[in-house]
Design a protein around this ligand. Structure first.
Ligand code: CP
Length: 302
C-alpha cells in the first residue's frame, strides 16, 4: 500500500484520514508500532521532512537515518536499487521526496515496502494536500460550495495540482489566478483562470503559492515588487476579503513577494496552523499504510 497521489485515496479514505488526524491532535489515539521507517529526501525540505520525523517518533516507529548526500546514490546507484536495498534490510515504510515528476513509477509493483510521496517535482504532494484539507475542514466543517482560489506559480506547483484535484472531488469550487505564463492548461478541467482582484472578494480560501525560482529558466528577469503589486496578497487586497475568509500558503514563504510580510501571521492567516496540522495528518497517513501492511501480514499468517 502506497500513498503517491490523491488518486490513491477515495473521498471516504481522505475523510477518514482527516478524522484520524483530529483524533491524534486531541491526543485521543496513539498506537505504537514496531515498524521501521526512513525518510529519503533528495530535494530540500523543512516542513515535510521534520513533520514526518515528528509523526514517526510520535507513533513509536524505529527511525533509520538516510542522508542523500552520503548515500550510494552519489556513486550512481539507482533509486530503485536504493529502495530495494532498504526493503532487503527490513524497512517497512519510506517517505520519499524527489525532484523528478513521478519518480515512483519505477518503484510501484516492484517493491514490497510502503511508499509515501513527500513531493515529486511539479507532480504531487499528497501530505500537503491532506493537511490543507484538514485546515479548511476545521475552519468551515465542509468543502461543498466553498470557493478556493489558488494563486501564483501554478504550473510549477505540485501543491496546486494535488489540492485542485482533491478539492474538486470534495465539491469545492476551485479557480486559479496569477501570471498567464504560469497558468497550467492541464488543470483547465479543474477550474477557470480568473482575475485576482475579483477572486479576492469572492473566495472563502485564498491559497497563495511560493514563486519557485529554482524551477524557472535561468536568467529570466523577475521583479519582486512588481510581482507583489500585480499578483501578491497585498494589505489592500486583504482588506477586500470576506470577513470569514482565510489565507493559506504551503510555505516556505517569500515574504513581501506572494504575500505581504505583515499578513503571514495576521488573524486570517492559517499558515502556521497548516504546519501544525501537518504532523497529525502525517501520523494518520503512516498509520494508514502500516495498518494495510498489518492486514496483509495477518492474511498471510491465517
Ligand atoms: N510545504 C512544504 O512542502 O515545505 P517543505 O518544502 O519545507 O517541506
Amino acid at each position: 500500500m502506497h500513498i503517491l497521489t490523491m488518486d490513491d485515496l477515495t473521498n471516504e479514505q481522505m475523510l477518514e484520514l482527516l478524522h484520524a488526524a483530529e483524533q491524534y491532535k486531541s491526543n485521543k489515539q496513539c498506537t505504537f508500532h514496531s515498524a521501521f521507517a526512513a525518510n529519503l529526501f533528495f530535494e530540500n525540505s523543512t516542513r515535510t521532512k521534520i513533520s514526518f520525523e515528528m509523526a514517526e517518533r510520535r507513533l513509536g516507529l524505529s527511525m533509520i537515518s538516510f542522508d542523500a548526500q552520503t548515500a550510494s546514490i552519489q556513486k550512481g546507484e539507482t533509486l530503485y536499487d536504493t529502495v530495494k536495498t532498504l526493503e532487503a534490510i527490513g524497512l517497512d515504510v519510506v517517505v520519499i521526496r524527489h525532484m523528478e515528476d513521478r519518480y515512483f513509477d519505477e518503484l510501484t509493483g516492484r517493491v514490497k515496502l510502503s511508499i509515501i510521496n513527500g513531493g515529486d517535482g511539479t507532480g504531487h504532494h499528497p501530505s500537503q494536500c491532506l493537511l490543507d484539507l484538514l485546515t479548511i475542514y476545521q475552519e468551515f466543517q465542509r468543502f461543498n460550495g466553498l470557493t478556493v482560489t489558488i494563486v501564483g506559480d501554478i504550473s510549477h506547483s505540485r501543491v496546486a495540482r494535488s489540492n485542485a484535484e482533491a478539492l474538486n472531488r470534495l465539491g469545492a469550487y476551485v479557480q486559479f489566478a496569477g501570471p498567464q505564463e504560469w497558468m497550467d492548461s492541464s488543470l483547465d478541467h479543474l477550474g477557470p483562470n480568473v482575475e485576482l482582484d475579483q477572486a479576492v472578494k469572492e473566495s472563502d480560501v485564498l491559497m497563495m503559492l511560493r514563486v519557485q525560482h529554482e524551477r524557472h529558466a535561468f536568467g529570466v528577469s523577475f521583479s519582486k515588487d512588481q510581482y507583489h503589486q500585480q499578483y501578491g496578497l497585498t494589505e489592500e487586497r486583504e482588506r477586500k476579503m470576506k470577513p470569514s475568509s482565510i489565507i493559506m500558503h504551503p510555505a516556505p514563504v517569500n515574504r513581501g513577494v506572494e504575500i505581504a510580510d505583515s499578513l503571514v501571521e495576521c488573524d486570517r492567516s492559517r499558515i502556521f496552523k497548516q504546519m501544525e496540522n501537518g504532523v497529525y495528518i502525517r501520523m494518520a497517513m503512516l498509520q494508514y499504510v502500516l495498518n494495510q501492511r498489518e492486514a496483509i501480514k495477518h492474511e498471510f499468517v491465517n
